[in-house]
Design a protein around this ligand. Structure first.
Ligand code: AMP
Length: 192
């Protein structure tokens, strides 16, 4: 299996690139942010809970997020591999994911980390807020909170995969095509 953690701060381009990677490598896309948003839209209990955190730019608690991710992954037992987008966001989530995949006799192949500096992220997120109407992209205070949460709570996940020699940094500045080519080169280099 080819299991990729697509990592990076909010606004780094994980969603855009995931869509393309899924097509190229025939993987299943698991985005915890997308799943939460679908639950909000559907008015589920999980959606109501998740919204209370998302609106403030905070992380949904690990226990809820991990349970949801595992239940979603178990719907596609024959997947040739996964792209994890926006998950894991804490070391506890990374450990839980390892345990889950190990139980299926597989594991994370690689972490591809999109690198974009903070000023550019702020610009991209506020622009996306105007275009997509995503509530958590519209308020500069919430955008800043998400960037801060990323630095404080999520960045340690990078060290977790670095320690396993699974980390590859990817320059996240450039056109969508250029960044996609960099990601593909990293994946193909690994597979070769
Ligand atoms: P995203 O679409 O990945 O930017 O996620 C939007 C929001 O959903 C985040 O700001 C969090 O509130 C929540 N969220 C998404 N993924 C996770 C996760 N793995 N752990 C906790 N909260 C998450």
């Amino acid at each position: 299996m080819l299991n990729i953690v697509l990592f990076g701060p909010p606004g780094a381009g994980k969603g855009t690139q995931s869509t393309r990677l899924v097509e190229r490598y025939k993987l299943v896309h698991l985005s915890t942010g997308d799943i939460f948003r679908a639950n909000i839209k559907g008015g589920t209990e999980l959606g109501v809970l998740a919204k209370s955190y998302m609106d403030q730019g905070q992380l949904v608690p690990d226990e809820v997020t991990i349970r949801m991710l595992e239940s979603e992954a178990s719907k596609t037992p024959d997947a040739p591999g996964y792209i994890f987008d926006g998950f894991p966001r804490t070391p506890a989530q990374a450990e839980a994911l390892d345990r889950y995949l190990n139980g299926k006799e597989t594991g994370i192949t690689m972490m591809l980390a999109l690198e974009v500096e903070e000023e550019e992220l702020r610009k991209r997120l506020l622009l996306r807020g105007k275009d997509s109407g995503r509530a958590d992209d519209q308020d500069p205070a919430v955008v800043q909170k998400r960037i801060d949460v990323y630095r404080n709570e999520t960045e340690p996940v990078r060290d977790y995969y670095m320690a396993q020699n699974k980390y590859t940094g990817i320059d996240g500045i450039g056109s969508i095509d250029e960044i996609f080519d960099r990601l593909c080169a990293a994946i193909d280099g690994y597979k070769a």
